[in-house]
Design a binder for this molecule. Structure first.
Ligand SMILES: *Cc1c(COP(=O)(O)O)cnc(C)c1O
Length: 399
């Protein structure tokens, strides 16, 4: 392929995707792929969904963009829909996951200053987490490889091992030895990019107690697991713990860019002028969000995701049993599942490459995990087909 004027921030496959319908996409050579990436957990209704297309076309015809200087009815409605279906009370809209986390980080710092009286608040996040690529979000991200070359990082972050309550309590004790220092704990209910690692409910229950005792904010990054992907509308429902705030993005717009920070009213700390976004929550993005949430309900996609998650786990268990020397196990919630490769097996990147050649799109989550994040509308037959194509790729690699 010709050299590209687009910067090499991604190691792109030499494949151009030009068309999509449901769970299928086609490249510029006419080859068809079963898409179990869905734009990385974004296209939850599949590609070219008729209802989403119609809603957005109608919105294009009505009003596309106005400033947040004015009330935007679609934004009011989407916020209402989010708060009425969650433990949260108010919403700030932006355009991406990183931007939603930036808002959460600013909110946490203000909470530290105003509620806990901390001059230099700290935010605790987990090793192997992923919170985005803007400077504060990437500092929150507990993966040194993403920091390299971009130092100095933002001040005020400390990391600890995920799901490890002893390590958390010891870090907290260190940080607070001379008085209040910690404003918030920011965690994914299930670590996505970091290898598809579900949160441990017992860890999160104890964490909630620790935070409550000190008025420390517990913020969940639900950018990947939120909006139905876990089989529940919100990821925190899987843990039985209520956060003080959540961040959303990926699936919320079904392919249209949108991000959000939703908070409980007790920690609704932003006053006019303290945070903003030009595009955040514009009529197009909010129409997309409204349509996605309406379709999840109308098509009863939450029970569907639960069933499809079980089917996928079952199919993967059989696959693992057939290839014990290559595959270690699988884990995940709903339609965010990871297949764990053995250290001596080909890398996740190599498996994903071989799958692409077989006509199946998958995405790595770290070096040894192959991730399934298909459209939430995927059918049983298509999931079985995906696992068959994956097996063909594995057999070819193993030869
Ligand atoms: C993808 C992701 C982000 C970053 O979202 P962007 O829209 O790429 O900025 C943040 N947190 C989690 C958990 C994610 O999966």
């Amino acid at each position: 392929m010709a050299p590209s004027p687009v910067m090499d921030t991604y190691a792109r496959f030499p494949v151009e995707l030009v068309r999509g319908r449901g769970v299928w996409v086609w490249d510029s050579a006419g080859k068809r792929y079963l898409d179990c990436v869905a734009g990385i957990a974004v296209c939850c209704l599949g590609h070219s969904d008729r209802r989403l297309k119609r809603a957005l076309c109608r919105q294009l015809d009505t009003l596309q963009h106005v400033s947040n200087l004015y009330r935007i009815p679609e934004q009011e409605q989407l916020a209402e829909r989010i708060v009425s279906s969650s433990c949260l009370d108010r919403v700030f809209f932006c355009n991406s996951g990183a931007e939603a986390n930036e808002a959460a980080i600013k909110l946490a710092r203000k909470h530290g200053h105003t509620v806990r009286g901390i001059a230099e608040p700290l935010i605790l996040t987990a090793n192997a987490s992923f919170h985005g690529r803007t400077l504060a979000a990437v500092t929150a991200t507990g993966q040194p490889k993403y920091h390299q070359g971009f130092e100095p990082m933002v001040q005020g972050f400390r990391h600890f091992p995920y799901n490890d309550i002893a390590a958390f309590e010891s870090l907290l004790a260190d940080c607070e030895a001379e008085g209040p220092r910690v404003a918030a704990v920011l965690l994914e209910p299930l670590q996505g990019e970091g290898g598809v690692v579900p949160g441990d409910p017992a860890f999160f229950r104890r964490l909630r107690q620790c935070c409550d005792e000190r008025q420390i904010l517990l913020i969940f990054d639900e950018v990947q697991i939120g909006v139905g992907r876990s089989g529940r509308l919100w990821g925190y429902e899987r843990l039985g713990v209520e956060p003080d705030a959540i961040t959303l993005a990926k699936g919320l717009g079904g392919g249209f860019p949108i991000g959000a920070l939703a908070v409980k009213s007790a920690v609704d700390h932003f006053r006019p002028g303290e945070h903003a976004s030009t595009f955040g929550g514009n009529p197009m993005a909010c129409r997309a969000g409204l349509t996605v949430l309406a379709e999840l309900e109308r098509r009863q996609l939450l029970p569907h995701v639960q069933r499809m998650g079980e089917l996928l786990q079952d199919q993967l268990a059989h696959l693992i049993a057939r290839h014990p020397s290559l595959l270690e196990g699988s884990r995940g919630w709903g339609l965010l599942q990871g297949l764990v490769l053995r250290p001596e097996a080909p890398s996740a990147a190599a498996v994903v490459q071989a799958c692409l050649e077989e006509g199946l799109l998958l995405v790595p989550a770290g070096a040894q995990v192959v991730r399934f994040v298909p459209p939430l509308t995927i059918k049983p037959r298509q999931l079985r087909q995906a696992v068959q194509l994956l097996e063909r790729a594995l057999l070819r690699l193993a030869r």
